[in-house]
Design a protein around this ligand. Structure first.
Ligand code: NAP
Length: 255
């Protein structure tokens, strides 16, 4: 049975990936900060799906913790077949604020940790000749919603670069670009969602089921809902002044 390591595997999209892979019979390694929640989540998955679930408490904003996760990914005695770099959070802050701690944490968790863990996975998978690296970007990567968009654009661009780098190998690489998913994300970041129309939202389970179809096909970019595909198409092909105007409206609607 394959083993799948998922960062942020205790909530929302990560928890949905964990359940979906466990339902396929995969063993799991779950990474997050909250150890109690990891223990609870692992017990639930073991009971429900009869799979092995290892927990790896780590704060991916801290480099020694990231290096510990990377070392687990590279442990040849316990190979990891799929790595899902999912851990992350929303940013709802003033771009001019003198306090840049949230931005620094976002860059550490959603860029640096993704780089370190993806590279460890790439090395380990290259040695075994197979594997899949999945990085969670966002539809926001095509618009201009502050540093969050910049961070997620980095994830998408980095992941495409990694796919190019590994294109002559059997290692697959996918950037998943979800739109609006009902998880703890918005509440945790203090983002108001009441002005976001209901039809754009998708449940984490549905989103992950669609993403897995793309991942199984080895797609490099996955936009896991038709309505988000339309939005991504417009963001890429509409005049950029219109995209910036929509970005401004979206940013204002969160306040
Ligand atoms: N929800 C959306 O609409 C949406 C849309 C596009 C992209 N995304 C992306 O999808 C990913 C998952 O988000 P979600 O919506 O599922 O959010 P969520 O429900 O808030 O879950 C976030 C997960 O990441 C973990 N995490 C956060 N900070 C961490 C850190 N410093 N170290 C280790 N783990 C950390 C959390 O666990 P602990 O708090 O215990 O650490 C939790 O398991 C994120 O990368 C997000 O940017 C979300």
């Amino acid at each position: 049975m394959p083993t799948v390591l998922i960062t942020g595997g205790t909530s929302g999209i990560g928890a949905a990936f964990a359940a979906a892979y466990a339902a396929r019979g995969a063993d799991l390694v779950l990474v997050a900060r909250d150890e109690n929640r990891l223990v609870e989540q692992a017990a639930g998955l073991r009971n429900r799906y009869n799979v092995d679930v290892e927990i790896l408490p780590a704060d991916l904003a801290k480099l020694p913790d990231v290096e510990r996760v990377a070392a687990r990914v590279e442990d040849a005695a316990k190979p990891i077949d799929v790595v899902v770099n999912n851990a992350g959070f929303g940013l709802h802050n003033d771009m001019l604020s003198a306090d840049f701690s949230a931005d620094a944490q976002a860059l550490d968790v959603m860029c640096l940790a993704v780089r370190v863990i993806s590279a460890a996975a790439g090395r380990a998978m290259q040695a075994r000749g197979t594997g899949h690296i999945v990085n969670i970007s966002s539809l926001a990567s095509w618009i201009a919603q502050g540093n969050y968009s910049a961070v997620k654009a980095w994830v998408r661009s980095y992941t495409e670069g990694l796919a190019v780098h590994l294109s002559d190998t059997e290692i697959k690489v996918t950037a998943v670009c979800p739109g609006w998913v009902r998880t703890e994300f918005h509440q945790r970041a203090g983002i108001r969602t009441s002005k976001i129309p209901g039809f754009v939202w998708v449940s984490a389970d549905k989103m992950v089921a669609k993403a897995l179809r793309d991942i199984d096909k080895g797609k490099i970019i996955s936009i896991p809902a038709k309505r988000w595909k339309v939005a991504a198409f417009l963001a890429r092909h509409a005049p950029q002044s219109a995209v910036r105007m929509v970005s401004k409206m979206l940013v204002r609607s969160r306040a």
